[in-house]
Every structure is written in structure tokens, then in C-alpha cells.
Ligand binder design. Structure first.
Ligand SMILES: [Zn+2]
Ligand SMILES: [Zn+2]
Length: 279
């Protein structure tokens, strides 16, 4: 069987969470070694909910041309199996700025992930848990506030897919010592799935939860099942690689999960247009 999946969530640099100094070519070689076809480079583009652009947390708009040059050079040596995108942090206050940058580079990017990294200016995806946030709100409130952000991100229509759709679990599951009770979870999360349908938007199945020690994909199974029920079509695979070793992480498990649910295709994006890949 020929496996043709792409890893559409790969960080290669520009922010401090990417430690090593690897080239796009290094990441691509890792993809081939992992048995997948290629990658989409999706570095962080982020406006902090209060402080805006913070060097180290985001590629700066003036660095985008450098990224594009770097990408073009990699493409010359690799060919067409690499794509260029961004992982954009959803930030209500800076939506206009985000829109402007995405428009300015409209023809440069293949794929845009929209991700929730903050709730009420608490960073929920940092390596350490946002304890003051968890102490202040109940478990239910935490999930509600998180999914409210997801809903708004979908509503903005700026993104092709929502990245790691329930990443609030990264710390919540460990902090509370359990997953949110399934019927409560889906009661809170279901509106976001309805909205994916309404706006014809997609999600990624992100395997980094297994690296974060919660032993699960983002989103969890019940979310994926509900997506299938609602007929959510656009699903991409992403390892959320922060070094070449992560590329293609658990892609076989991710595709098996989707197949078991009934999915027969996943998607990759070229020039912001979805293209099918048979599972
Ligand atoms: Zn992210
Ligand atoms: Zn990421």
C-alpha cells in the first residue's frame, strides 16, 4: 500500500518553542523516513491577546518574506511535496491585523491553521499549567470558555482548520486528574462542531497529546465521532512537530482512528484549497 498522507502541522523556526536549528529540508527528510509524503510548514503567527506581537512568540510580519525565501529555496531542492502555511493564534482583539497579513500574503500560503492558545490572556498551551486560571474557574467553566474561543475562531472564517481542537485538555486533564465527563464535554463542545458544519470549516487530528502525556489525540474520540455524525468533511493530520523527530508522529494511529470512524479521505491544502487524500 502506498501511504500518501502529509503532516500539515510542522514548526521549523522563528519562535522560541522551536529549539534546534533545523532546515525545512531536515524536516522533509524526516517525513520521508516516517513513511509520509511531505509536510506543510506552519510556524506560529501570534498576536498576544493583550500585548500583540511579542518577538519570540511569533514570526514577525517583516520576517514573512524571509520565510518565503527559505521555503522557495527548499522547494527548489525538494520539489512539490512541501507546502507553506501558518499556525495563527486566534486573537479577538487583533483580528483585523491578522486578516490584513493573511490578505497581503494571500497567494503565498497554502494552508492556515487557527488555534486557541489563550483563554482570557491565560496561556493554556505553555509547557507549564496555567494554575491561576484553573484555580479561578470551575472545570466546566474552563471548557466552556475555551470552546467559546473555538466558536469565534470558526466564525472569523480566517482559517482552513482549527488546530488541536480541544487543547485545553493538555493541562486540564492532568490538573483535574480526569477527562471531563463525556456527556458534559460534548454538551459544551457540540456547538463548535455545528459551526464547523455551518461554515464548512475543518479540524486537524493532532497527535501531540500523546507527547503531552494525556494519551489521546486532540480532539478526543467523542469529538471526532461527533464530527463524523455531523458530516464534517475537512480533516487534516498534524504532528505539531517542533523538531524533525516529531514529523509524522503517530500518523498511522491517526489515520486508523479516522478510518474506524468511517472516514475514507483526509485533506491537504494547496493555495488554501482542500485536496483529497485517500486513507
Ligand atoms: Zn498550537
Ligand atoms: Zn503548533
Amino acid at each position: 500500500m502506498i501511504y500518501i498522507i502529509y503532516d500539515l502541522h510542522v514548526h521549523t523556526g522563528y519562535t522560541k518553542d522551536v529549539k534546534g536549528n533545523y532546515s525545512i529540508e531536515d524536516y522533509y527528510r524526516s517525513a520521508i523516513k516516517a513513511g509520509i509524503r511531505g509536510i506543510c510548514v506552519t510556524n506560529h503567527f501570534e498576536y498576544h491577546p493583550e500585548r500583540g506581537l511579542v518577538p519570540g512568540n511569533t514570526i514577525m510580519p517583516e520576517q514573512i518574506d524571509t520565510l518565503i525565501k527559505e521555503f522557495d529555496k527548499a522547494r527548489e531542492s525538494i520539489g512539490s511535496n512541501i507546502y507553506l502555511g501558518l499556525e495563527v493564534t486566534f486573537s479577538r482583539r487583533y483580528l483585523r491585523d491578522i486578516r490584513k497579513v493573511l490578505e497581503d500574503y494571500e497567494h503565498m500560503f497554502d494552508f492556515i491553521i487557527g488555534s486557541i492558545h489563550y483563554v482570557k490572556s491565560y496561556e493554556i498551551t505553555e509547557s507549564y499549567p496555567p494554575l491561576s486560571f484553573f484555580r479561578k474557574y470551575s472545570e466546566e467553566e474552563v471548557y466552556k470558555m475555551y470552546f467559546r474561543e473555538v466558536e469565534e475562531a470558526i466564525e472569523s472564517q480566517l482559517f482552513d482548520v482549527i488546530g488541536h481542537p480541544d487543547v485545553i485538555r493538555k493541562h486540564a486533564v492532568k490538573y483535574y486528574g480526569h477527562e471531563l465527563e463525556p456527556s458534559m464535554y460534548i454538551k459544551i463542545a457540540e456547538r463548535s462542531i455545528e459551526m464547523l458544519k455551518e461554515y464548512n470549516a475543518g479540524i486537524e487530528i493532532n497527535t501531540s497529546g500523546f507527547r503531552h502525556g494525556i494519551n489521546s489525540f486532540y480532539p478526543r474520540d467523542i469529538y471526532l465521532e461527533t464530527c463524523w455524525k455531523y458530516g464534517i468533511k475537512y480533516i487534516t493530520y498534524g504532528s505539531d512537530a517542533h523538531n524533525p523527530q516529531h514529523v509524522g508522529y503517530m500518523w498511522r494511529e491517526a489515520t486508523k482512528k479516522l478510518k474506524d470512524l468511517g472516514y475514507r479521505v483526509v485533506y491537504y491544502y494547496v493555495g488554501r484549497k482542500p485536496r483529497e487524500l485517500l486513507l
